[in-house]
Design a protein around this ligand. Structure first.
Ligand code: NAP
Length: 238
């Protein structure tokens, strides 16, 4: 018996693939979502069909009330929770000049404050386990088109290192830094494809390549404070 893994924003896209992979590895799943009710219910059925337990939890992680409710509900139902994947995020395009206070606060609350306090409360309750923070290959560079998003992920990367140091030896904390994997729902494929020639590996990444990085960090018990860039070398460009 491995225990339960929480995946935030797990109903769709990369979170869905991570949840399914951890279920296939033998983890029961605490599947968090916010607006994707149908997708969460469908995935719950799929995980149950694969032979694992799955409970779905709706919470708005832009509010501390949602963060606290999620952790207390998960641990009330699954005291064996040992993995937290901080995957939920907002990703809105705006450079520094175009960043409103509202947009800044939204990115900082969902992409930074929520993962920090989820990790803090998870560590206090789980006792032993690991946290995987979904970062972005942009943390290695200073591109400006997604200013608040990039700043939130850079701060989450630093948190990953600080938490790894403070929570060892009981809780490991690592990060995965995907490059271009899935275009955002509101972005034209051409915009996404225009990046490809600039990537050292000359292709976009596959969801499976991100999933296997999460799997490695969950399974390897001697790795903490580490970032895995799954970005075809994108963090190397100027
Ligand atoms: N896709 C990529 O190519 C890529 C590249 C680099 C980094 N990443 C990172 O990898 C992770 C997964 O990427 P993705 O593209 O699959 O993510 P995504 O689709 O942009 O977002 C994942 C989920 O976050 C949840 N979310 C957003 N706002 C929320 C809120 N206020 N409260 C609670 N949940 C909220 C949404 O859940 P609901 O749908 O249930 O509302 C959404 O489905 C993210 O952290 C992202 O920054 C992705």
């Amino acid at each position: 018996m491995k225990g339960t893994a929480i995946i935030t924003g797990g109903a769709k896209r990369l979170g869905r693939d991570i949840a399914l992979d951890l279920a296939r590895l033998g983890w029961d799943i605490a599947l968090h979502y916010n607006q994707s009710d149908h997708e969460a219910r469908d995935l719950r059925q799929e995980i149950i069909a694969a032979g694992r337990h799955c409970t779905i939890y709706k919470a708005d992680l832009s509010r501390m009330a949602g963060v606290k409710k999620l952790i207390s509900s998960v641990f009330a139902a699954s005291p064996d929770c040992r993995v937290l994947v901080n995957n939920a995020a907002v990703f809105e395009r705006a450079d520094l000049a175009g960043t409103t206070e509202e947009l800044f606060d939204l990115h900082m609350s969902v992409n930074l404050k929520a993962p920090i306090f989820l990790a803090q409360m998870f560590a206090a309750r789980a006792g032993k386990g690991c946290v995987v923070n979904m970062l972005d290959s942009r943390v290695a560079r200073n591109v400006g088109a997604y200013f608040a998003y990039t700043l939130s992920k850079k701060a989450l990367a630093d948190f990953t290192l600080m938490a790894a140091s403070q929570l060892a030896p009981d809780i490991r904390v690592n990060g995965v830094c995907p490059g271009p994997i899935l275009p955002p729902a509101d972005q034209a494929d051409e915009t996404f494809d225009a990046i490809i020639p600039k990537i050292p590996m000359r292709r976009k990444g596959e969801a499976d390549e991100v999933v296997s990085a999460v799997r490695f960090l969950v399974e390897n018990d001697y790795v903490t404070g580490q970032f895995l860039f799954v970005d075809g070398g994108d963090h190397l460009r100027e």
